[in-house]
Design a protein around this ligand. Structure first.
Ligand code: AHR
Length: 505
């Protein structure tokens, strides 16, 4: 089969903001303890952080990292996580039926981020706490000094403020599983009050209000409308969360998951713009896609197995999904969807980072390795620069049970006007035949190929494990070449690819 694509720097979508390549670290399972932090590991630094993990996080190229939850945040008292370690309380984490030791807290995590070269994004607890506690945390974090809370931060070792720019007003407040879950009406009022108070303290922060936990939520759409009606003037972004998996062997629908991401984003943008129109407001609300990934929620019942009044383990193995080559292809296509909406998706966070539905896995006392999904993230984060460009795609179609007729090929491009560097990101959803793709890049002028990567495996279920950490890796895309302004590539079935171009002369 064949496909024809046209890319032109005159079809810009919007700037590729670095925050699109964010991550998420939740106190959950072995993410923090026995993940990023393992003081007894031979490769631990003086603070107990694993150097090998830090190196992989830097290689992944994550910009801003959301912390400390997730569902965890809705039962969290931030004060527990600061001050002398030996005085920090041990608490129950009801969301994940675990014990939180608070050995790693705000200061330690901020130190880790400094080492990782990433920015801190904080979520406040609006499930079981309220406006005052959120303002207190903001004061503790961002006020230079002169008050009890800011002095506490200084006494706890941080003279300069953390200067946290982006704040989430709670987590998944539409979800019945959330501690303190409430109606859109009640949450909208609480979020608006909290946002106002936080802005009274620091008007320069950016605020994210909770949207839906997924487009499949029964309240989806109406939740956004009601919440934004209360908070429109007070917030900058509304969140989207989406997780995908293969259901009942329906691989075609799974491979088309990014169609759902596209529709989800477009529906939230439409709803936000509707609220703006009703209010006669010029202000535009952007999206913080602050949880996205592949997650086999039906395959892993580990959390449900944790129960009992006397069973609250520290750092149990939870949500340790092992990703296949197919998962990585779908994952890459989700990144294409985010870039395709770079005009309205201001920020996004891959959920999560280490051990817990993660691109990086670790073994206690042992090695750290890259899951299959590591590669599309690290390559896209490194190559997508400048502006995202709309790609005209003419390709065959695939019938899917979930999303109807979808294109067999999807793509997005980026172009950096300053350096002339360009990149093309492609997904081939077809399962049986390779596809020959002719990409008209004549609009770029004289360019040459500098890098090609294809992620595909003849065994789509192949994965990277402790025993075989490098089983699935991207390879150079053989045969890719430019002739007369046309870039020719052949993609195998079920493949994700990235190509980098540079201006000649
Ligand atoms: O990322 C795992 C969980 O998924 C998060 O804690 C929650 O926000 C979402 O439901």
């Amino acid at each position: 089969t064949t496909a024809r694509l046209t890319i032109d720097a005159r079809f810009p979508i919007g700037e590729v903001r670095r925050r699109l390549f964010g991550g998420f670290v939740e106190h959950l399972g072995r993410h923090v303890y026995d993940g990023i932090y393992e003081p007894t590991h031979p490769d631990a630094d003086e603070q107990g952080f694993r150097r090998d993990v830090l190196e992989l996080v830097r290689e992944l190229g994550v910009s801003m990292i959301r912390y400390p939850g997730g569902n965890f945040v809705s039962g969290f008292r931030w004060e527990d996580s600061v001050g002398p370690r030996e005085q920090r309380p041990r608490r129950l984490d009801l969301a994940w039926h675990s014990t939180e030791t608070n050995e790693v807290g705000l200061h330690e995590f901020a130190d880790w981020l400094d080492k990782a070269g990433s920015e801190l994004m904080l979520a406040v607890n609006l499930g079981t706490r309220g406006t005052l506690e959120a303002i207190d945390l903001l004061e503790y974090s961002n006020l230079p000094g002169g008050t009890t809370l800011s002095q506490q931060r200084i006494d706890n070792g941080r003279q300069a403020p953390f200067d946290v720019r982006v704040w989430c007003l709670g987590n998944e407040m539409d979800g019945p599983w959330q501690l303190g879950h409430r109606s859109a009406e009640d949450y909208g009022k609480l979020a608006a009050q909290t946002a106002k108070g936080m802005r009274q303290l620091d008007p320069s922060i950016e605020l994210v209000v909770c949207g839906s936990s997924g487009a499949q939520m029964p309240t989806f759409g109406e939740w956004e409308r009601v919440v934004l009606t209360h908070t429109y003037d007070e917030v900058d972004m509304i969140s989207c969360h989406a997780y995908y998996q293969e259901h009942d062997g329906d691989i075609d629908s799974f491979l088309a998951s990014s169609v759902d991401t596209d529709r989800f984003i477009e529906a939230v943008v439409a709803t936000a713009d509707h609220v703006g129109a009703v209010r006669g407001s010029d202000k535009r609300i952007d999206i913080s896609f602050d949880e996205w990934n592949i997650w086999y929620q039906t395959r892993f019942h580990d959390v449900d197995q944790l129960s009992g009044i006397d069973n609250w383990p520290v750092a149990p193995r939870l949500l340790e999904d092992v990703y296949s080559a197919v998962d990585a292809v779908v994952f890459g296509s989700l990144m294409i969807s985010l870039l395709t909406h770079a005009d309205r998706v201001a920020s996004a966070s891959l959920a999560q980072l280490v051990n817990v539905i993660a691109p990086i896995m670790t073994e206690p006392g042992g090695p750290a390795w890259r899951q299959t999904t590591f590669y599309p993230f690290s390559i896209t984060s490194r190559l997508a620069r400048g502006e995202a460009l709309r790609v005209q795609v003419e390709a065959g179609t695939i019938e899917t049970a979930k999303y109807g007729t979808v294109s067999a090929v999807d793509a997005v491009a980026t172009h950096d006007a300053e350096t002339g560097a360009a990149a093309v990101f492609l997904v081939h959803r077809g399962r049986h035949e390779p596809v020959d793709i002719a990409i008209d890049i004549s609009g770029f002028g004289d360019v040459e190929l500098v890098e090609t990567h294809v992620l595909h495996d003849d065994d789509p279920s192949a994965s990277n494990t402790l025993e075989q950490p490098d089983r699935v890796q991207p390879r150079p895309l053989e045969g890719a070449h430019i002739e007369g302004g046309i870039l020719h590539v052949t993609l195998p079935p079920i493949a994700w690819a990235a190509l980098a171009l540079k201006r000649i002369g």
